[in-house]
Ligand binder design. Sequence first.
Ligand code: COA
Length: 260
Amino acid sequence: MGFKCVRFEIEGPVAKVIINRPDKLNALSINTVIELHEAFSRIKKDNDIRVVIFSGEGGKAFAAGADIGELLLQDMVGGKDFSTRGHELCNLIENLGKPVLAVIDGFALGGGCELAMAATIRIVTENSKLGQPEINLGTIPGYGGTQRLARLLPRGIAMELLLTGRIIDAEEALRLGLVNMVIKKDNLQKEVDDFVKLLLNKPPFALKACMEAVNHGVEVSFENGCKIETNLFAMTCGTEDMKEGMRAFLEKRKPVFKGK
Ligand code: COA
């Protein structure tokens, strides 16, 4: 499959997925969602890829939402398909098994905010704006926004943002816990590269286990979440990287993880 609405690049252990419709503020057309699904499916299958940088082209937007021109044409059946595709994509990103850094420089609205919430970490520039303005278009988020926003933020705050469609700036997003860090635009590349390096130095299986424990554990009872954690913890004990991490500590040296 060729990519038209998305740029997909692999540089060693790092994959870059860039939404590429800058003249439409990277609005998520159906084809964009299909291409994103294809890119992330390839990443999931490729064991050599360890970290993903997910961004938008053009310096104005990560994505300004689902394509409103296409949304207007939906009927109930089409709307269900539209939303299901979005959920499949967001669930794929959330459960990719490798960290996905959503790098937001500008607008992350509607489906853009929903994709960012499915990512593992959100890094935004100072001028970024986030929100779920669907209510102002007569609808609600359809890519998991009502669910992920209410899990990431206190329920009352999520409810207020969903009911008013209020768009928030980067500082408020940080204060509320919607994003992990706010970076000056000029430093963005360096800060992202540094964060990627930090993750590349971690043991990949343990990273995957952490993400699985959190993502699956928060959806079940505390007791069952702990059982999920126990099983994943036990699995890390069977990895060479775990032995290396423990030995390196005892030998007072830095560990060298091999992903085994
Ligand atoms: N769907 C389709 N096209 C979109 C879009 C979307 N979600 N968001 C922006 N665009 C298009 C605009 O129609 C415009 O296209 P044109 O140049 O062919 O007219 C282009 O992108 C630039 O957008 P524009 O509105 O001119 O930029 P702006 O800087 O004045 O405003 C926003 C930026 C983000 C505030 C504004 O584009 C906006 O409100 N977008 C919709 C956000 C939204 O409601 N998203 C949820 C969708 S469910």
